[in-house]
Design a protein around this ligand. Sequence first.
Ligand SMILES: Cc1cc2nc3c(=O)[nH]c(=O)nc-3n(C[C@H](O)[C@H](O)[C@H](O)COP(=O)(O)O)c2cc1C
Length: 510
Amino acid sequence: MSTYESYAEYYHDLTKYSPEGIASNQHRLDFDKQPSVFKEYPSQKKIDISYLLLLDRNPFSDVGIKPQKDFTNEEKYLAKLSTLLYFSYGITAIVPHAEKPFYMRSSPSAGGLYPSEIYVISEDYPGLEDGIYNFQVVNQSLAQIKKGKFKSGLLKATFDNPNINEAKLTLVLTGVFYRSSWRYQDRAYRRICLDTGHILGNIDVVSSACGFKAVLAGGFNDKSINEILELDEEEEQSLVVLPLIDKNNTVKDFPKALPSKLDKVNIKTPEGNRLIELHNRSNIEKFVNIPNIKIQSVEEKLSFCTKAQFDENKISFNWNKNLYTTLLKRRSTRAFSGESISKEELAALLDFGYHPELFRNETLDPNPDYFDASLIETFIAVNDVDGLEEGCYFYSKDGRYLRQIRFKNFREEIHYLCLGQELGYKASAVIFHTADLSKAVFKYGERAYRYLHLDAGHLGQRINLAAANLNIGVSGIGGFFDDQVNEMLGIPEHEAVVYITTLGVPAKNS
Ligand SMILES: Cc1cc2nc3c(=O)[nH]c(=O)nc-3n(C[C@H](O)[C@H](O)[C@H](O)COP(=O)(O)O)c2cc1C
């Protein structure tokens, strides 16, 4: 019998990286079994939405771009959807390769495996026949899966979420498990949710620029949504439902996240089955209210630590002008120079991540949806930031200040903790997104694991975009020695490290 209170905690423990575990892991990548990163619907009708993209050089066609003034009214509506999909998950770079080119997207992905798929369900949306579509990233088109009206099914599956009723378009983001588990085995579930969270970060900024409000509907009957999309549940399942309502309409009150069951069970699952087991256990069958509990921030326990306040942000992102160019140029930095960034720059990135309300006068949504961002805590290791002593800090989201918990330079340790990745050594600052897993599962059941990783990826993407905008280097890190991070940096033991974001000055030619 296991002593775990939830499957999520068991999964988390058994998918931790440790020096011994990595040394003894026999897994080798089998390139003959490498899955495609694209889903194909060979016999379905395809609707080309590529020509609606207003890019200086449209990568999907050699022909000149039709000026928007020539668009019909219906095309104008479809152009908004095409823009949203392209800048959220579309192809923004092509790397030539001997066998076939490698397509890079507007959203980052662990190992470039792109496990997420986006589906569009339309009803009464001008320019798009009612039905269900898969976003075909490879040529910026929509593959029509089914024609017809699906709102009543969606409403039932989302427990009558009133925002579904309001939306003429609903997006569903799914995870194709093997695309990521081919490389990362059971630990892939963490990265699938983080990757999908990054896409949510793009959707949050682009939808607003396109006139939509993306409303998270995290609590839904998984089986029903999977059935509507005709998914093979062994391979692919829904992660997020996202009605898009008109930006000027009021969002109807409905929980962004609902709990799933939490069974104290006799836990023992063979390796290789834990990813799907966790996902299946996180499924919701019926509506259950969120228990009325307040999770205390770890901050209270750190109130004795020295405080370093951030000044008011004076750095302008100029999103009104720079949003699309930032999304087009965003890339994960492959090498840092080791030079410093400034305290003001760090503060600006954190502000964009954690305080969207400060960007009210920009094009963006000042109040983007999270499942429950209060569950995520933030620790920052400062290697070289002008204006800040080196060490490890807790970041108070509410107070916009730091509390220094350790006083030393952690370059060597972070290099080791990030599995020897040079990015960790040369970064100026490293952000650790953490969560108290046992409290999170107490509130949201097994599904808490999904919400935490989606929210951490979403926060990570906002920091990515802010860094790309200011030409600061940035990369996510999904591989790290879990327990040793807490031990070495002084992060409280009960805070599970969910994700890492590295920041620094890009090395020349990186
Ligand atoms: C969840 C996640 C984890 C990642 N982990 C690492 C990592 O451990 N090391 C690394 O060098 N890059 C990491 N990356 C960056 C990816 O390698 C990168 O996104 C991918 O190669 C695509 O390139 P692009 O981001 O420039 O489009 C990660 C990205 C994500 C979203």
